[in-house]
Design a protein around this ligand. Structure first.
Ligand code: SOE
Length: 378
C-alpha cells in the first residue's frame, strides 16, 4: 500500500523545476512506499508562485515559507532557494519535524552547516542534500567498480567542472538566476556551486580529502547588482584550482571555472588505479570509459561502456537496453532513493552530515587560496 507524502517546495527556479519533475515521475518508474503529493509551492513573487503551482500541479501556493513549515499536512520540505536562506529554513523545518531535501551546497559556510546538522540530528528527521550527479547511472557504476576493487589501489583522482556563462562583464550579480554571482547569496563562486559537486562525488568514491592547496581568481572585479542597480565589487571566486591529498594516499587535482569559453557544463572526472582507470564526462553522461590493464595486451584499450543495461545502476527502471536517460533522471533517482530510505528508517546519502564534510573541504580550499598555504581539512 503506498501512502501519500505531502511535499512543500520552497523556491520555483531552475532547481524547483528539476525537483517537481522528479516528484511527479518517480512513482511512475519506481515501486515506492509513498506517493508524493505536490501540496504547496512557495516563492517570493505571488504571480510566479501561482503560475508555477498551475504548471506543475501544486494544490496551493504561498509567498511565505513559514506557512509551508508550519503546515501540519506537509511531510517533506524541499529547499530550492539561494544558499543564504538554506540554514534558516532547514533549521525551522527540523524543529517542525519535517523531512528535508535541501539543494547544494548545504550552507554559506561550515559554521552554518554545523548548526544545520545539529538541528536535523537532534530532531531525528530524514535529510538529504541534492548532489544529484551521484545518481547518474554511469557515476554510480564507477563507484561500484571502485568498491569491487577493480581499480586496485587508487593513485590519482582528477575532476573538472567548466562553464563559460559569466565571461561578459554585463552579466549582473544578484537577482533570479544570477544570485550565484553575489557573495551574500551564494557564499562563494565556483567553489560552492560547482566544485562542491566534484568534491561530493570524489569523497563518495575515493574517501575523505585531508589537505588542500588552492588558488582562486575573480576575473571581473565589479558588476552591476540586479537589486541595487549599482556597480558593486564582486566577492565570489570566478575560477578555482586546487590540489589535494586523500586519506587513502591518493592525490587529487580539481579545477572549476565559469570562463572556459566553449564549455557549458563540462563536468569530468578520471580515476587512475593500479589495475584500471575510469573516466566520465557529463556531456556524454550515459557512457563510462574504462581501461583494464589485466586485459590481453592485443585487445587492451579504453572501452566506452554504454550504461543502459538492466543490470547497471537504476537502468532496470527505465527503457530497454541501448536506450539512454539524462540529467533530469538524476533527480528522479534522488527522490526514489530518499522515499525508499525514509520508509526503511535509514539515512539517504548524501545526508546533511555528508554535505558538511564537503563544506569543510570547500572552506579549506577558499582559506588556502586566501592564505596561499596548504590547509588541513578539519
Ligand atoms: C550553475 O550554472 C549550475 O546550475 C549549478 O548551480 C548546478 O548545481 C550545476 O549542476 C549546473 O550548473
Amino acid at each position: 500500500m503506498t501512502k501519500p507524502l505531502n511535499v512543500g517546495l520552497i523556491g520555483y527556479g531552475f532547481m524547483g523545476r528539476t525537483h517537481s519533475n522528479a516528484y511527479r515521475k518517480a512513482p511512475n518508474f519506481f515501486d515506492l512506499p509513498y506517493e508524493p503529493v505536490l501540496k504547496t509551492v512557495c516563492g517570493l513573487e505571488e504571480d510566479q508562485a501561482k503560475a508555477f503551482a498551475q504548471k506543475w500541479g501544486y494544490e496551493s501556493y504561498t509567498t511565505n515559507w513559514k506557512e509551508v513549515v508550519e503546515d501540519e499536512k506537509i511531510d517533506v520540505v524541499d529547499i530550492c532557494v539561494p544558499n543564504n536562506v538554506h540554514a534558516e529554513i532547514a533549521i525551522a523545518c527540523a524543529k517542525a519535524g519535517k523531512a528535508i531535501c535541501c539543494e547544494k551546497p548545504l550552507a554559506l559556510n561550515v559554521a552554518q552547516a554545523e548548526e544545520m546538522v545539529a538541528a536535523v540530528e537532534k530532531a531525528g528527521v530524514p535529510n538529504l542534500v541534492s548532489f544529484n550527479y551521484r545518481r547518474v547511472p554511469a557515476v554510480t557504476l564507477a563507484k561500484q567498480l571502485i568498491d569491487e576493487g577493480r581499480l586496485g589501489r587508487i593513485f590519482h583522482y582528477r575532476a573538472n567542472f567548466l562553464q563559460d556563462w559569466t565571461i561578459s562583464a554585463d552579466v549582473p550579480q544578484g537577482g533570479d538566476a544570477t544570485w550565484r554571482l553575489d557573495i551574500k547569496a551564494a557564499g562563494s563562486g565556483v567553489t560552492g556551486d560547482l566544485l562542491a559537486h566534484c568534491i561530493d562525488t570524489a569523497m563518495w568514491q575515493n574517501g575523505p580529502i585531508t589537505s588542500v592547496s588552492a588558488m582562486t581568481e575573480t576575473f571581473v572585479k565589479e558588476r552591476m547588482h540586479a537589486e541595487t542597480h549599482k556597480i558593486e565589487a564582486v566577492g565570489i571566486d570566478d575560477a578555482c584550482t586546487f590540489m589535494c591529498r586523500f586519506d587513502n594516499g591518493s592525490l587529487g587535482n580539481f579545477e572549476s571555472t565559469r570562463y572556459a569559453r566553449g564549455h557549458k557544463a563540462l563536468y569530468t572526472f578520471e580515476i587512475n588505479g593500479e589495475h584500471a582507470s575510469i573516466a566520465w564526462d557529463l556531456h556524454d553522461l550515459h557512457r563510462l570509459s574504462y581501461f583494464d590493464h589485466r586485459d590481453d595486451s592485443i585487445v587492451r584499450g579504453w572501452r566506452s561502456v554504454h550504461v543502459t543495461d538492466g543490470d547497471m545502476p537504476y537502468m532496470d527502471k527505465w527503457w530497454v537496453p541501448g536506450l539512454q536517460i539524462g540529467y533530469e533522471h538524476t533527480f528522479v533517482h534522488q527522490v526514489a532513493d530518499f522515499l525508499q530510505s525514509m520508509a526503511e528508517g535509514k539515512p539517504a546519502a548524501p545526508t546533511f552530515r555528508d554535505a558538511l564534510a564537503t563544506q569543510k573541504v570547500c572552506e579549506a580550499v577558499l582559506n588556502s587560496a586566501k592564505k596561499k598555504s596548504w590547509e588541513q581539512v578539519k
